[in-house]
Design a protein around this ligand. Structure first.
Ligand code: PLP
Length: 401
């Protein structure tokens, strides 16, 4: 056996031993509520397609038209082959939607975070990052080489304390260190809870820090215009870097940054994940643009309302307080093997509820991550509740948000 094969086998054995081994499920249908998985029909409670737009006829049609007009691929990075009409339309639309001067799209949310953070930060700066921030934010901060101070999850008091410490330290050493950047998600991907954006914005002002908010799980769902939690919290104009994704409630693929024209220009010139990556395919940009039009329309509002009704039904059924509200409802089991077992037993009953394990969450914090869509029916939620009551052993620890 070659040393490389031995390394692979040993690594896989170690992952197995920790009950952290992952495989890919085979799906032979569109990503909608009922999926075809190895010939079995399963009701999905796994997707981030909260408004049910990924398989919406208008979104499909927009993608098809973009293929007819612009082909399958974008050819190269936009700095090499230029910005196609679907890219430009989408970015103008996003900037209007977020009420910012400009927007820039990336091929994925992950690339967006890496590109933005590495463009605005350098080793001289200090980042204040929520403990539960998504991996792409963590990786972007690491890649930037800036100093990091982690504040306790959604704990504005702790954030303030860390900023105060930093200020005192700098004053004591008369150090000329660089900028301060606060980074948080608005709706947390694995816990579904909401960041205290208003308090964070006040702290940002008090310390003259910059603020970046990742609205991946909030875009399309919160605020009068459904542009995100920042709109709902009335802090949009205090955010320097608005980040979001196009593959969740917008049902397409990609990520975006909204902000000033100067920020957009800097990203085009510095963000390596933009510069050195082929532009999003025309179909994805056109699909996201069509989804945005739906989100803003009365249909978008109706879909959102339906989603919140389903969320309320599930929360009530699980005995959870009605707030905080997001379409992500974690059912924390703790043990990795037990979470997998529960997920597999739900699957046997035709319900797809993924077990989320390390490194997506901390060790011994394994959970079922239930996500809801406007396309779920009341009956499907009832079916899930019945299955959870019968399958999840009363002895298993449950802590949900
Ligand atoms: C909070 C958050 N930000 C960013 C991303 C990355 O987005 P994408 O899937 O488009 O790469 C995700 C994806 O799961 C996420 O949950």
């Amino acid at each position: 056996m070659s040393s490389f094969t031995k390394y692979l086998n040993d690594s896989l054995a170690e992952i197995h031993e920790q009950n952290l081994y992952r495989t890919l499920r085979e799906i032979d249908s569109p990503q909608d509520i009922v999926l075809k998985n190895n010939g079995q029909s399963v009701i999905s409670f796994a997707s981030n397609d909260y408004l049910g737009l990924a398989n919406h006829p208008t979104v499909r049609e927009a993608a098809k038209r973009a293929i007819d007009e612009f082909g399958g691929g974008s050819g190269a990075s936009r700095l090499v082959t230029g910005s196609l009409t679907p890219h430009r339309l989408l970015e103008n639309h996003l900037a209007k939607f977020k009420n910012t001067e400009a927007a820039l799209c990336f091929s994925s949310g992950y690339q967006t975070a890496l590109g933005a953070l590495t463009s605005v930060l350098s080793a001289n700066d200090t980042v204040f990052s929520d403990r539960l921030n998504h991996a792409c934010l963590i990786d972007g901060i690491r890649l930037s080489k800036a100093q990091v101070r982690i504040f306790d999850h959604n704990n504005a008091k702790h954030l303030r304390k860390l900023l105060q410490e930093e200020r005192t330290q700098r004053a004591a050493t008369q150090s000329q260190r660089g900028q301060l950047l606060i980074v948080t998600e608005s709706v947390f991907s694995m816990d579904g809870d909401l960041a205290p954006l208003s308090e964070i914005a006040t702290i940002k002002d008090d310390f003259d820090a910059w603020l970046m908010v990742d609205e991946a799980h909030a875009t399309g769902l919160y605020g009068k215009h459904r542009s995100g939690l920042a709109e709902q919290a009335n802090v949009s104009d205090r955010i320097d870097i608005h980040m979001g994704t196009l593959g969740k409630a917008l049902g397409a693929a990609g990520g975006y940054i909204c902000g000033s024209m100067a920020l957009r220009a800097l990203l085009i010139n510095r963000a390596r994940s933009f510069i050195f990556s082929t532009a999003p395919c025309p179909a994805a940009a056109a699909a996201a643009n069509a989804a945005l039009t739906i989100v803003k329309s009365p249909e978008g509002e109706a879909r959102c309302q339906r989603l919140w009704q389903r969320v309320a039904q599930l929360r009530q059924g699980l005995g959870l307080p009605s707030k905080p509200t997001s379409p992500i409802i974690p059912y924390i089991i703790g043990d990795e093997a037990m979470s997998l077992d529960v997920s597999q037993r739900l699957h046997k009953q035709g319900l797809l509820v993924p077990a989320i394990r390390f490194p997506s969450v901390a060790k011994s914090q394994a959970r079922l991550r239930i996500t809801l869509s406007a396309n779920h029916t009341e009956e499907q939620i009832t079916q899930l509740l019945t299955a959870i009551r019968t399958i999840v052993r009363p002895s298993s620890t449950q802590k949900t948000q």
